[in-house]
Design a protein around this ligand. Structure first.
Ligand code: HEM
Length: 121
């Protein structure tokens, strides 16, 4: 196993930790969102940033090590969705309550990126 392959595995693991933080942060807020008291919790902010950083590094490592062919359109869609999520968490981070639509969008777009990640072949 090459060094780049090991780095890719570590980055994939961190990519899952970021996903857990982002989606978990949303899920613990669902009841509060329903009551109109939902907020952007720090786990969402950290998760969104983790996804952006580890995702971009993954693409770099895969290209650099020629590990396999990445689908550029798939990566571009994931990047765009992740940027929208990141903007939403930063804009509404200090608002209590945050608008319900923004919180549902954060959770929904996160799920969308999971679907894109696993179903786009
Ligand atoms: C909310 C944001 C994101 C979520 C929820 C997410 C989710 C996932 C998931 C679940 C996987 C594993 C798929 C599998 O192994 O079959 C994955 C892999 C990957 N993601 Fe993301 N992702 C996000 C953002 C990004 C971004 C912004 C990029 C790059 C610009 C990116 C690039 C990648 C790459 C290259 C892989 C493949 C890793 C590998 O198997 O080597 N992701 N993502």
């Amino acid at each position: 196993m090459t060094a780049l392959e090991i780095i890719r595995i570590i980055l994939v693991i961190l990519h899952f930790v970021g996903l857990a933080s982002l989606l978990g942060g949303f899920l613990v807020q669902v009841k509060a969102i329903g009551a109109g008291r939902g907020t952007v919790v720090p786990a969402m902010v950290h998760g969104a940033l983790t996804q952006l950083v580890t995702g971009l590094l993954l693409v770099g490592v895969i290209e650099m090590g020629d590990l396999y062919d990445t689908d550029n359109i798939k990566v571009a869609v994931k990047l765009l969705v992740a940027v929208v999520i990141t903007v939403l968490v930063f804009v509404y981070r200090k608002k209590a309550p945050a608008p319900s639509w923004a919180l549902w969008a954060i959770g929904g777009l996160t799920l969308l990126n999971v679907i894109v990640a696993v179903a786009w072949r």
